[in-house]
Design a binder for this molecule. Structure first.
Ligand code: ATP
Ligand code: MG
Length: 464
C-alpha cells in the first residue's frame, strides 16, 4: 500500500466485495477488483458494480465462496464467470482468461484460462478499463490506465488495429467511453477505429443496440454525432444520409446531421441531463427520414412531406432490430411521429396532444407529453434564428400542460366521468360497437371544451 489514492480506494471498496476477495485469498487463490469499479473509483465516482477477477477456476470459486456461506450463481461458467451475492449485492467473479476470435460476433469462440492477472488485463479493451485493484497490493496498472484516465484519453490496450479486428464492437465501445468520460480518443486508436468501423456491420445487432443505448445514456450523443459520425453511421446505417444533407429551407441553417446534434444537445439542456431514454432516441432519429422524404419545389425550396410518419417507421425498425425494449421503442416512435405536430398553449391543444400520444403509445401519454415539448423546443432552437420565437412559445406550453394535468385532463375514454353502461341506459341502445362510438364522440366533445368532464353534464349531453 503506497499512495493516497490507493488508500482512498481501499476505504471505498464496499464490504460485500471485500468479503469475496478475502474468501478467495484465504483459500490460497489470488483475486482482484477489475474494470469499471476501479476506473470509476479513481475518478471519484464509486458506486459502479464490482467485478472480481481471480486465479481460481470457476468451480473452485463456487466451492470456496459457498463454503464461506456466500450464495453463488453459475451465470457464465463457459467463460469462467460465477456471480456471488453478498448482502444482496452481486459480484461477478471471473477466472483469469484470454479470449479467442469472435466468429459469431457475439461470444468469443473459446476462452483460455490463464494464471497471470496481467494476461487477463491485456485482453481488455482500453487502458482505463484494464486496471486491477486489491486493498493490500494496491493498483495494478500495466498499460498506464491511471494516467490516461487523468488526462481523459481512450487508448486501446496493445495494437489498436488488431484489437478492433478481434472484436469490432470495441469501435463503438471506444465512442461510448469517450462520451461517458468526456475524453478524447488517442490518435492511433482513432485511426484504427475509423478503419475498422465498417466491420460493425457483422456484429450482432443486440450488442450494437446496447452500446448505442449506452452512448445516448451519457447525454453526449451530440459529441459522438459531430466527432465520430462514421462510427455511428456504420452502427446504424439509416443515419448515414444525414451528413451533408442540405435542407434548402429558410427554416434550417444546418445540414440534417448538425441539426440532429443540436437537438440531442438541446434535450439534455432542457431536461438538466436527465432525458428519458425514449426522448434521447427520438432526438437522434426525429429527422432520420428527411433525406428520403425530401422534394424541391419550383422556387428551389426543400420540403419534407411525410417525414415524421416515415421517421416513426424507421425508428420502429431500427430500434426493433437493435433489441431496444418495446416500450422505449414505442415511445420514441410516438415522439418522432408527433415532433412536427402543431400545438398551442391552450387547454384544447394540450388535450389533443395527450390523446395523439395516447393513440401512438398507449399508457405513456403523460410522461411523453413533457418529453414531446422538450423535443419540439430543442428542434425549434436548432433550426434557424427565425424559429426562436416558437421555442419561447413552447416554453410557455409546459406551464399550460401542467395546469391541464392538474385540472384532471381527459385524453382517454376511461378518463371520462361516464361509462358504457351510462350510454346504454341514457341512449337506450344495445351493448356493442355503437357504445364505443358514442364514447369516442363524447371524448372529442370534452377535449374540444364543448362539455366539461362532469358526470351530470355528460349525462345531459347523452340525453340531448
Ligand atoms: P459499464 O459501466 O459500462 O458496465 P464496464 O467497465 O463495467 O463499464 P462492461 O462492458 O461491463 O464495462 O465490461 C466490463 C469490463 O470487461 C470492461 O471494463 C473491460 O475491461 C472488459 N470488456 C468488456 N467488453 C469488452 C470487449 N468487447 N473487449 C475487451 N474487453 C472488454
Ligand atoms: Mg459493467
Amino acid at each position: 500500500m503506497t499512495t493516497d489514492i490507493e488508500r482512498r480506494l481501499a476505504r471505498e471498496l464496499p464490504d460485500y466485495a471485500r468479503v469475496v476477495l478475502d474468501s478467495l485469498e484465504a483459500a490460497g487463490y489470488e483475486a482482484w477488483v477489475v474494470g469499471g469499479w476501479v476506473r470509476d473509483a479513481l475518478l471519484g465516482r464509486p458506486g459502479h458494480d464490482v467485478d472480481v477477477t481471480t486465479s481460481a477456476p470457476w468451480q473452485d470459486t463456487a466451492r470456496v465462496l459457498r463454503a464461506c456461506g456466500i450464495e453463488v450463481h453459475e451465470t457464465g461458467t463457459a467463460h469462467g464467470t460465477v456471480t456471488a451475492v453478498v448482502d444482496g449485492r452481486p459480484v461477478e467473479t471471473t477466472t483469469y482468461r484470454v479470449e479467442g476470435a469472435y466468429s459469431d460476433r457475439r461470444h468469443p469462440d473459446e476462452v483460455r484460462f490463464v494464471t497471470d492477472v496481467r494476461e487477463d488485463l491485456a485482453r481488455r479493451d482500453f487502458t482505463v478499463n484494464a486496471m486491477a485493484f486489491h486493498p493490500m497490493r494496491g493498483l495494478l496498472d500495466p498499460f498506464g490506465g491511471e494516467k490516461d484516465l487523468a488526462s481523459r484519453v481512450i487508448r486501446a490496450v496493445g495494437e489498436p488495429r488488431r484489437r478492433f479486428e478481434e472484436d469490432a464492437l470495441r469501435v463503438l465501445r471506444a465512442v461510448r467511453f469517450a462520451c461517458r468520460l468526456d475524453a478524447t480518443i488517442e490518435p492511433a486508436t482513432q485511426d484504427a477505429l475509423v478503419a475498422c468501423a465498417p466491420e460493425l456491420s457483422a456484429i450482432a445487432q443486440e450488442r450494437i443496440g446496447q452500446e448505442m443505448d449506452g452512448i445516448l445514456a451519457t447525454g453526449r450523443a451530440a459529441w459522438a454525432l459531430r466527432r465520430e459520425f462514421s462510427v455511428l453511421a456504420a452502427a446504424v446505417p439509416e443515419l448515414a444520409e444525414m451528413e451533408g444533407f442540405d435542407q434548402k429551407s429558410p427554416y434550417h441553417a444546418h445540414d440534417v446531421l448538425e441539426h440532429t446534434a443540436r437537438v440531442c444537445a438541446g434535450v439534455e439542456e432542457f431536461t438538466g441531463g436527465d432525458a428519458l431514454p425514449a426522448l434521447r432516441w427520438a432526438a437522434l432519429l426525429h429527422d432520420v427520414a428527411k433525406p428520403t422524404c425530401w422534394s424541391e419545389d419550383v422556387s428551389g425550396r426543400g420540403h419534407f412531406f411525410g417525414h415524421p410518419e416515415e421517421g416513426a417507421r424507421v425508428a420502429r425498425r431500427v430500434m426493433g432490430r437493435l433489441a431496444i425494449p418495446g416500450d422505449v421503442t414505442c415511445a420514441s416512435s410516438a415522439l418522432v411521429l408527433l415532433h412536427d405536430f402543431e400545438i398551442r398553449a391552450t387547454a384544447p391543444s394540450m388535450r389533443r396532444m395527450l390523446s395523439e400520444l395516447e393513440a401512438a403509445a398507449p399508457g405513456q401519454a403523460r410522461p411523453l407529453a413533457f418529453a414531446l415539448l422538450d423535443l419540439k423546443r430543442a428542434d425549434a432552437v436548432a433550426k434557424a434564428p427565425a424559429c426562436m420565437g416558437y421555442a419561447v412559445e413552447l416554453d410557455a406550453m409546459s406551464g399550460a400542460l401542467r395546469r391541464e394535468l392538474a385540472a384532471g385532463a381527459v385524453w382517454r375514454v376511461r378518463d371520462l366521468a361516464v361509462r358504457g353502461a351510462d350510454v346504454i341506459r341514457e341512449r337506450g341502445i344495445e351493448p356493442g360497437p355503437g357504445v364505443g362510438m358514442v364514447l369516442a364522440q363524447l371524448l372529442e366533445a370534452v377535449k374540444a371544451g364543448e362539455v366539461p368532464n362532469d358526470r351530470e353534464a355528460l349525462l345531459a349531453w347523452l340525453r340531448w
